[in-house]
Design a protein around this ligand. Structure first.
Ligand code: DGT
Ligand code: CA
Ligand code: CA
Length: 364
């Protein structure tokens, strides 16, 4: 098999950077983006923080109250509520740019993707670094966003490499430098190795990837089961044959309207929602997509946002299922609703191509 050239691209401190882009005066300040819970006050958690805030220990997942304590001495620290629609918009723009530079483009999540660029750079890793720099420049020029890129012969190493220097990093691991790169790293830098596995290794006095290489496949399988054992055995050797698979970059289809009147009355909203679902459904259908996630969104009279979403058990492209779920979400969202709603939206996400159709196109 020829050597592949795979990029992993991950946006730096994504939500917080989006906030900096729209309000550049934030750049010098610690910024935390918060998911405030319904309970009000400071209850809730930090979604992410910029690198200034991270220096003080504010980071993803910790309670807002803890982050505020850690940033006590920084009177200029800023705590903002999440604005998912805006982040999605930013994400879509960047995905579009990246896609233009890939032979195969795999959307992973709202702030990351894999690109197989083997063909267009003719397997040349020097050219690959050059291309990566071009992509970074292009994203910065058009969207003002910084990202970090890892380059290597496979997804596993590229993922580790993109995280190696952050923010604004570019790390190329040439095929003959893989072991040199991996061996000194802590075992938990391997994606999929969690705290539990790390602890088991630690009990065996194994801390780095190099240490774990001493274990043979039988010991690993016995310790962690065959699936994980084999994965670990290959991963510490930099082996990963997962192809970059074409995956939909379009994150969601959505539609939002300003209502004829501000309202919190279920029937009025439900009628509007039914129409919205129909419109979203038509676009989804036209694009030959199925979806797994459904959400409804309010812009309330004070312009604050509220949204609810749910993941279905299976992919669907069914209008009735969309309407039924959207309506349930509306009911849930209206519980204890005090303020009236000004704009109403619905979205579907976690998209997938409807199978079959694309085969037919290929066939002809
Ligand atoms: P990075 O990549 O280390 O520079 O920083 P981020 O913030 O881009 O981190 P990443 O790539 O793990 O996550 C991408 C976005 O996903 C992040 O900006 C916010 C969201 N996110 C990450 N972790 C959490 C979490 O624990 N809770 C919530 N609500 N959102 C999270
Ligand atoms: Ca990121
Ligand atoms: Ca990420």
């Amino acid at each position: 098999m020829e050597t592949r050239v795979v990029f992993h691209i991950d946006f730096d401190y994504f939500y917080a950077q989006c906030e900096e882009i729209r309000s550049p005066e934030l750049r010098s300040k610690p910024v935390c983006v918060c998911v405030f819970s319904d309970r009000g006050g400071d209850s809730g958690a930090i979604a992410t923080a910029n690198y200034t805030a991270r220096k003080y220990g504010a980071k993803s997942g910790i309670p807002i109250i803890f982050a505020k304590k850690k940033l006590e001495e920084r009177k200029d620290a800023v705590f903002l509520p999440v604005d998912f629609d805006y982040y999605f918009e930013m994400s879509e723009k960047v995905m579009e740019i990246m896609k233009d530079h890939a032979d195969i483009f795999e959307y992973v999540g709202k702030d990351e993707a894999y690109l197989d660029v083997t063909k267009r750079i003719e397997g040349d890793f020097k050219k690959a670094s050059h291309l990566a720099q071009q992509i970074k420049n292009s994203i910065r020029d058009k969207v003002k966003l910084s990202c970090s890129i890892g380059i290597s012969p496979n997804k596993l190493i590229s993922k580790i490499a993109s995280d190696f220097k952050k923010p604004d990093g570019l790390t190329t691991i040439f095929p003959d430098k893989i072991n040199e790169f991996l061996e000194p790293l802590k075992i938990r830098t391997i994606p999929g190795i969690g705290k539990k596995t790390e602890k088991r290794f630690s009990e065996m006095n194994l801390e780095t990837i190099q240490d774990v290489k001493k274990l043979d496949i039988f010991t690993l399988n016995k310790e962690f089961g065959r699936k994980s054992g084999t994965h670990i055995y290959n991963a510490v050797r930099g082996i990963d044959n997962e192809p970059v698979k074409k995956r939909e970059d379009r994150i969601q289809y959505s539609k939002i309207v300003t209502l004829k009147k501000d309202s919190k009355e279920y029937q009025f909203l439900s009628d509007n929602l039914t129409k919205l679902c129909r419109e979203v459904y038509d676009v989804v259908k036209k694009n030959n997509k199925m979806f797994k996630s459904i959400g409804v969104h309010f812009v309330q009279s004070d312009l604050s946002n509220k949204s609810k979403s749910r993941m279905l058990r299976n992919l669907t492209s069914d209008l009735e299922e969309l309407q039924k779920n959207a309506d349930q979400l509306l009911k849930e969202a209206l519980e204890n609703q005090t303020i009236t709603i000004r704009r109403l939206g619905v979205k579907v996400a976690e998209l997938s191509e409807i199978q079959g159709q694309s085969d037919i196109t290929n066939y002809f």
